[in-house]
Design a protein around this ligand. Structure first.
Ligand SMILES: Nc1ncnc2c1ncn2[C@@H]1O[C@H](COP(=O)(O)OP(=O)(O)O)[C@@H](O)[C@H]1O
Ligand SMILES: [Mg+2]
Length: 112
């Protein structure tokens, strides 16, 4: 299993969720976050303070899928969340050792 962590623009959340549902993603976690990337937030918001880092609101998605589906999830998020402007976000892929569905005790792929 893999976990895909994606930071995206908040207004893209619904479109990304819909696209992920359509490729069979059965669950995900969503958190409202703030962060910065290569531009340290400068060109995304215009507030002077040239040498300060500006934290920009983003939405973080955490999605655990079977390894075979990970590339498709990454591609779907990349295509759906892209505006072509700076701050479109970033995606990380991690290995997942175990998953358990609390209600049934099912594990790993069956727990997703
Ligand atoms: N190296 C990193 N580690 C963790 N999170 C990051 C990293 N780079 C970017 N992020 C997260 O992704 C969000 C979007 O980054 P973005 O500005 O699109 O990246 P970049 O400017 O590097 O292309 C940031 O607000 C931050 O929350
Ligand atoms: Mg940036």
């Amino acid at each position: 299993m893999k976990m895909i962590i994606a930071a995206i623009k908040p207004f893209k959340l619904e479109e990304v969720r819909e696209a992920l549902t359509q490729i069979g993603v059965s669950g995900l976690m969503v958190t409202e976050i703030k962060g910065f990337g290569a531009q340290a937030g400068h060109t995304e918001i215009y507030r002077g303070a040239e040498y300060e880092v500006n934290f920009v609101p983003k939405v973080k998605l955490e999605i655990v899928v079977p390894e075979a589906q990970a590339d498709q999830v990454v591609e779907t998020i990349t295509q759906t969340a892209r505006t072509g402007k700076i701050g479109d976000g970033k995606i990380f892929v991690l290995d997942v050792a175990q998953a358990v569905r609390v209600r049934t005790g099912e594990t790993n792929h069956e727990a997703l």
